[in-house]
Design a protein around this ligand. Sequence first.
Ligand code: NAD
Ligand code: USQ
Length: 430
Amino acid sequence: MAKKTVVVLGVDGYLGWATALHLSQAGHDVVGIDSLVRRRWDRECGTQSLIPIKSMPQRVALWKRLTGRTIRWRPMDLCDARAVTQLVQEIQPDALIHFAEQRSAPFSMIDLPHATMTQVNNVVGTLNLLFALRDYAPQAHLIKLGTMGEYGTPNIDIEEGFLTITHNGRQDRLPFPMQPGSFYHLSKLHDSHNIQFACRIWGLRATDLHQGVVYGNHTAEVAMHPGLATRFDYDAIWGTVLNRFCIQAALGRPLTVYGKGGQTRGFLDIRDTVACVRLALEHPAAKGEYRVFNQFTEQFSVKALAEKVIDARAAHGLKTTLRHLPNPRVEREEHYYNAKHQKLLDLGLQPHYLGDTLIESVIETVERHATRVDPVELEQPNVDWRRGGTAAWRTAPAESEPRPVVLVSPISRPRRPLRPADPTRAAQPR
Ligand code: NAD
Ligand code: USQ
């Protein structure tokens, strides 16, 4: 494969870092961009990665020492239009992989400032990229991380981005109807519309990877050295469901299934995330093409996932229980779900399916860092879809009063602390 110049946006994050290493190891020239805002959001929420992560300068220096390969690290906010324009003009990338967004659904549902910040950060960052590409690198391939959550849970099969519809005797291939489940998921849909529009009117080329929920924390490159670790979230705001279940199992706590647990989602191993991105990079969209790949390898209900973890533990004689909590989200808890995910397989993806070995290896990693777990983060979530909530559960270490949510964004302003969400209230979507 010919060497490409690739900009990885969101390189300090869970998936961005693992992908940057993977592409650098494959011989591509990687430029890594991040505003480090996620580390600030962690401080706001009182959360932290279970696995300690080094600073970006430390990580790229270690990568260079171990492999002789260079990742060109540049701190930069994607919402800074001038900086984005300069970057694209100067680097002249073959491709840009865009992970750099606020990616937590609960965070986006805390209150108005968090919903606004999520949508402004995500939509404006992507718009800045689109205009910079139009003006300075129209041939570059934009690979954008979208989400399976854009589709929602319709009572029909989910196609990959488009649906052929016959209406009043006429037929067309139209964008699949979308029903996102949070202000975060909505921000991804807004991005999808903007990207599709830019491809149509400016002839840009883009791949929108509608990714499912990712689990695991080891790729071949991340596993080379503890100092190359990527972040691992487990709290109720940033932690995704299987990562949370593995931590709960490792600590002998009940697995927190929200509501009935019939909510079904697409899932994939982080090793498949990096492989999918590489496949999209190596098989670019055509000029003017906006294409969607559904990026997941298996679908599970939340309850089935919990049972898989319970079974993996039982194989070692360890008893794990699950607890149905009142669902803090408004989502269908029993529904039809059948999402296509063929296009990446056609390009050659060889999936790593979820098995006991993976669950055990994640649990082993958790056990190594067990002293860093804050048990409060494993309990009832503090953001409710109907009433909002708080970013942080508890008082900061030296304080005795509840901490107010302080936003670290241009739109932030001092505000009163919110009451915690009422965990006993649960309602079903209509
Ligand atoms: P993450 O929070 O670990 O990483 C995101 C990174 O982007 C952070 O380092 C953050 O500092 C950076 N960032 C955010 N806004 C920025 C801005 N304006 N300018 C520069 N940098 C900015 O998230 P992740 O889990 O690695 O997710 C990466 C992407 O993949 C997101 O777009 C997310 O929506 C998508 N995705 C993630 C999952 C998952 O399960 N983790 C599933 C589907 C889709
Ligand atoms: N859930 C539980 N118990 C928990 C945590 C979650 O039952 O302790 C349930 C949720 O109610 C939901 C499902 O598990 O039904 C998935 O929740 P999640 O927190 O793992 O994932 P989600 O909020 O959807 O978001 C994550 C990423 C996001 C990405 C999305 C892909 O944070 O960036 O876009 O997965 S998808 O779900 O396909 O939209």
